[in-house]
Design a protein. Structure first.
Length: 171
């Protein structure tokens, strides 16, 4: 297996309970149906998106269909996920534990994956740049610029400082 580098994904939701209590991450788009039934190409995801949302703005099609494609095919078991919860204002960091799950009985969030939450940290533990990156307007996205900062936060010796910068302690 070449280059098994773990990716860091960011995700947003209106259903903190599903994420934090049921240990799932999920995205909406219920009308799209089961993503595993769509051919595994970006073009097929765009075509399906246009079929389901014929009045979608031209600029929204590649963005939205791309999120669906990445959730289905690019996010892998073992990747990290960062979820800034609105209910407790924490930054939750976990590891993806399952492949894609279609949950047709869910009210909204039918596209799901299981996650194991590792840490729940205050926002002050992260730099302003890291917080800005995970404040994306997209509901699912790759964390690129500050991925290392979120991974470092998983270290046992990780502590936050008042200024919001992280440091490692020697143990």
């Amino acid at each position: 297996m070449e280059n098994e580098e773990k990716r860091v994904w960011g995700i947003h939701t209106k259903d903190d309970h599903l994420f934090l209590v049921d240990n799932r991450i999920a995205i909406e788009w219920k009308p799209i149906g089961n993503l595993s039934k769509i051919e595994a190409t970006r073009a097929a995801f765009k075509d399906k998106y246009i079929e389901v949302y014929p009045n979608a703005k031209k600029g929204a099609i590649p963005t939205s269909s791309g999120m669906l494609y990445r959730f289905m095919y690019e996010m892998q078991v073992g990747d990290y996920v960062v979820f800034p919860s609105k209910s407790d204002r924490k930054i939750n960091i976990g590891i993806v534990e399952s492949d894609y799950i279609y949950e047709p009985t869910a009210l909204e969030y039918v596209q799901q994956q299981k996650v194991k939450w590792i840490k729940h940290l205050p926002r002050t533990a992260f730099s302003q740049g890291a917080l800005y990156e995970i404040g994306s307007v997209m509901s699912f996205f790759a964390v690129k610029n500050y991925a290392d900062e979120f991974i470092t936060a998983l270290d046992k010796g990780f502590e936050k400082t008042i200024a919001g910068r992280q440091k490692r302690t020697k143990r």
